[in-house]
Design a protein around this ligand. Structure first.
Ligand SMILES: *[C@@H]1O[C@H](CO)[C@@H](O)[C@H](O)[C@H]1NC(C)=O
Ligand SMILES: *[C@@H]1O[C@H](CO)[C@@H](O)[C@H](O)[C@H]1NC(C)=O
Ligand SMILES: *[C@@H]1O[C@H](CO)[C@@H](O)[C@H](O)[C@H]1NC(C)=O
Ligand SMILES: *[C@@H]1O[C@H](CO)[C@@H](O)[C@H](O)[C@H]1NC(C)=O
Length: 524
């Protein structure tokens, strides 16, 4: 029996009806071969219908999951991945969306970042010492210092600094701000100029000034939270509320540093020169950048570890009560006092590189505990300083930065900041006894860091409280296991515990809080 295409289609699409209908028209006495043919047809029809059904369902399933993810890419055959998150797909030959690809791609490392440092030739001889503190070409760092004009090159600095380049001429752009300087245009274009160099395997462009110090491991930790295949503009605001009002709360302050994902930089480079021409009255480079980001419709993703530090005086209050977030940058280091006393600015930052090497994730992370016997409050800012207060101060008080600094208009004004602050002391007895980190090392047998903090000897007001005097303590020793995965967990302050407390020395253990552990006075 011959079945033409049309008939077969019919049969295939509605096998029960057709077969049944045909079967009903045939008498039981029809020949066996004819029956056999019908049987074969029935079986193959069922097979085809089943196949089509399978195809259409897998098709619609793909539609549901992947319609919004753009182009598909061939499967990445990685045994770890197949055993892990994609285990259920291991038996099938399928394609992955870009989103999925990026999640299982190698994590972002320093080698995927290109730094663009804004520098001026006038200040270069001084400012380059800040860059040398964090620049590590042996860690595959890539970056360029963009200058306004040529500077002297010293052969002995080769490898200690990023490549130096002179920015393109920007005299054709108009600049109409009376207070600012037209170098803002040059600096704003650094991302575009760096992108045009055509470096490969770039995921992020990170901008900073010549007086910005990066904690690069923490920068990598922060960037790893975001998909570099998407548009991201990551940075932070100013500490100064007024600055944020004059400029914008939606602006990444340039000196604090900010990151732009590769595809966003590509979108920016196409329009930035036109965009810059539309804002000749803006003051700086970072507000020009923000104006273009606003045209692109990309908001600021705030990461509070980028620090513009628009303050004067002593950063102590801010560094002793850092937010529960990785510290990424420090800025305006020429403006504020050296972060450790009795040291130059560069020496002080040099000292900070010791805890950065030991446990960058924990740098400046605060923990608060109580010396029960002596009724003291102890606040640790790991790798930086310790404060000991007479009496019990609650964590909600101690986690507020104390106002050891002045605002950007050089006034001590508590309404000046975009966050809560507290006075250095509310009672003369509670002026903190400060211990600054003097040394730190790794105890390899215990796999923990041991850091020493010695007392900063300054006069204290006379206190009549009848309790032990912290002035007798010379040294605080802190034990802490490095915790490189600290920021893979939800943000939480570490816990500290007083291990021993003698007249002259306090030993503190800092680490991940145990089940049920709280910053409170407990009966052991
Ligand atoms: C994947 O799982 C199989 C079976 O569970 C195991 O034998 C194999 O070692 C795993 N491979 C990897 C790379 O984990
Ligand atoms: C799986 O896909 C690849 C690439 O598209 C193709 O070359 C290969 O033949 C496919 N394998 C099977 C079993 O279909
Ligand atoms: C300051 O530093 C110098 C040299 O580093 C040292 O000799 C001196 O004792 C220090 N002074 C204080 C008060 O720590
Ligand atoms: C490490 O700690 C142990 C126990 O406290 C101590 O005996 C040892 O000397 C320490 N090692 C170093 C290098 O400090």
């Amino acid at each position: 029996m011959k079945v033409n295409q049309k008939d077969s289609d019919k049969i295939f699409w509605d096998p029960m009806k057709n077969v049944g209908g045909v079967g009903g028209n045939n008498s039981q006495n029809k020949s066996l071969p004819k029956l056999m043919i019908w049987l074969i047809l029935f079986v193959s029809a069922t097979y085809v219908v089943y196949t089509i059904k399978l195809l259409t369902t897998s098709r619609s399933c793909e539609d549901d999951i992947f319609r919004h993810h753009g182009t598909k890419m061939p499967i990445l055959v990685d045994k770890n991945v197949i055993n892990g998150t994609l285990g259920s797909y291991s038996g099938r030959n399928r394609s992955l969306s870009e989103g999925e690809m990026s999640r299982i791609e190698k994590k972002t490392g320093l080698e995927h970042i290109v730094f663009g440092i804004a520098a001026s030739s006038k200040l270069w001889s001084k400012r380059k010492s800040y860059i040398k503190l964090w620049w590590k070409p042996e860690l595959k760092m890539r970056g360029i210092v963009w200058l306004d004009s040529k500077v002297k090159n010293y052969p002995n600095e080769k490898g200690l600094l990023p490549e130096l380049r002179i920015s393109e001429d920007t005299s054709k752009f108009s600049y109409k701000n009376k207070q600012g300087h037209r170098s803002a245009i040059r600096i704003s274009r650094i991302v575009s100029e760096t992108l045009r160099l055509g470096m490969e395997n770039v995921r992020w462009f990170v901008m900073g000034d010549d007086d910005t110090v990066f904690v690069t491991d923490n920068l990598v930790r922060v960037l790893n939270k975001y998909d570099h295949n998407q548009y991201y503009y990551i940075g932070s605001s100013s500490e100064s509320h007024l600055q944020n009002i004059y400029f914008s709360y939606g602006m990444a302050y340039g000196g604090g540093g900010f990151a732009i994902s590769y595809p966003l930089a590509k979108a920016l480079v196409k329009m930035q020169d036109r965009c810059i021409q539309r804002y000749p009255v803006l003051y700086g480079s970072d507000d020009r950048m923000q104006a273009c980001m606003a045209e692109l419709g990309v908001p600021l993703t705030r990461e509070v570890g980028f620090h513009q530090y628009d303050v004067y005086g002593n950063l102590f209050g801010l560094l002793a009560a850092h937010p529960v977030a990785p510290l990424v940058t420090l800025h305006h280091l020429d403006v504020v006092e050296p972060i450790f006393p009795n040291a130059t600015r560069v020496e002080a930052l040099q000292r900070l590189t010791i805890p950065i090497k030991l446990d960058s994730a924990g740098l400046m992370q605060q923990s608060i505990c109580y010396d029960k016997d002596k009724s003291w409050t102890v606040s640790v800012s790991w790798g930086f300083a310790i404060q000991v207060f007479r009496g019990v101060l609650s964590p909600r008080e101690v986690e507020m930065p104390s106002r050891t600094f002045l605002n950007w208009y050089r006034r001590a004004d508590y309404t000046a900041y975009a966050f809560n602050t507290r006075p250095v002391m509310r009672n003369i007895c509670q002026k903190p006894f400060v211990f600054y980190m003097t040394k730190a090392k790794m105890n390899h047998s215990l796999e923990e860091t041991v850091s020493h903090y010695t007392r900063h000897r300054v006069p204290h007001p006379v206190c009549k409280w009848k309790m032990a005097d912290p002035a007798e303590v010379d040294l605080v020793e802190v034990h802490k296991k490095p915790d490189p995965h600290l920021w893979d967990r939800s943000p939480r302050r570490s816990c500290c515990r007083i291990m021993s407390s003698t007249k002259k020395k306090i030993v503190v253990d800092v680490g991940h809080c145990r089940e049920g552990e709280v910053s409170e006075i407990t009966s052991q």
